[in-house]
Write a protein that binds this ligand. Sequence first.
Ligand SMILES: Nc1ncnc2c1ncn2[C@@H]1O[C@H](COP(=O)(O)OP(=O)(O)O)[C@@H](O)[C@H]1O
Ligand SMILES: [Mg+2]
Length: 452
Amino acid sequence: MLHQNCCDILKSDLCEDACPLEKALETGKPVFSYEIVISNKAGDKVPVNITTSPLRTSDNQIIGIVENFRDLTKHKGLWGRLREERNKAQQYLNIAGVIIVAINEEGTVSLINKKGCGVLGYREEEIIGKNWFDLCVPEDVREERKDTFKRVMADKEQEVEDYENIILTKLGEERIVAWHNATLRDGSGRIVATLSSGEDVTIRKQTEEELIRSEKLSSLGQLAASVVHEVNNPLAGIMIYVKLLLKKYRNGSIQMDSTEDQLLKMDRELDRTTRIIRNLLDFARQSEPSMKPIEINKVIEAALLLVENQINLENIGLEKNLDPQLPVVQADFDKIQQVLINIILNAIQAMPEGGDLTITTSVAKHIRINHSYKDTLRIDIKDTGIGIPKENLSRLFTPFFTTKEKGKGVGLGLSVVHGIIGKHKGKIDVESVPDRGTTFSIYLEVMDEQKD
Ligand SMILES: Nc1ncnc2c1ncn2[C@@H]1O[C@H](COP(=O)(O)OP(=O)(O)O)[C@@H](O)[C@H]1O
Ligand SMILES: [Mg+2]
């Protein structure tokens, strides 16, 4: 190539329009990183990166130009494609409507998409390389979550695939996120990172709570009429006794024995009426969610107290098989009562010509709930009603699914039931035979022996 003009050798388009060599000569400054295509001896096109810089003598005279070429063939090929793929992947990640975040062994964020930045309120560069737990996890659970993460990384604990937890935004707000997780392993099978996608369910959660409340109001409406009835009857009875006793008292014909008997009857009726009313009020109250050890049989009795009258009115026989030896469960009394009332009201509505309602509690060990096996107690609510056609079974728990005429149902009862049972990490099953009847079975995890 010696003694030849460089553009004769390179045969690049650039030589005519914007020769970097000339530019370096003109400006006296290096020209960096032009990407051009040149031709090799065989005439093949070769992508190169070219840098030209003036060559000077000690008294600063320019006496030549040094041209530096870097062959980009490999780069353009494999690396270029990789780079393109990476950019594409980044685009996909950014389009995703969910948070996507990768956390490496040390707990630092190695990747986060646009949605993730949006929810958290940080710019990408403010999160990448930072410790996820220090930045985005509320302080009260930080150490605990770090520990769990460490155990997952050390392969000592299996990563829970799906869960919900609270994260902290830049502004210090808490958001509820439903995560789906996977662990990433290197070629040798060692865990090197976790990749999680998360959905911000904060608003949904709030709406869910509101839904539970509004659904409660609607079942309260249904209950109120029958409870008024339930309370009215004994009150009418009591009034008659009071009048009778007053009359006897005035004309001096009171007899000790029968009077005591009547007073005792009134006492019992008043006791029952007060309990019903108190129960209705308790049920109507907007209670804060509270998980406490509770006895399920007591919840069933409390629910029945509110629906018993309706059961009697509809000519339905009630059978209770409550296991007196049931272990306690950690649960929200009010919410479980709401679940039972919803299911029982449905059962009543499914038996317009009367029938039998059977409520059974029992211990059910080793029940599979969300990928693991648990010891549970089981509540069966069985009716002999119209049953549910097969094609409807999968839609029962979706909001607004109803087969009832307007005014009778809006289709929220069972979706609320499902939400509440989910919150208790329990399970609900349905079995139904059209024209024969339906059984709803609820499973709730029993508390560990040690914790009692
Ligand atoms: N015990 C039952 N027997 C027959 N069908 C039932 C029973 N429980 C629920 N269903 C069906 O499930 C649907 C949804 O119930 P739900 O969510 O409580 O809403 P709603 O009672 O307002 O219709 C009902 O409309 C009915 O078709
Ligand atoms: Mg209903």
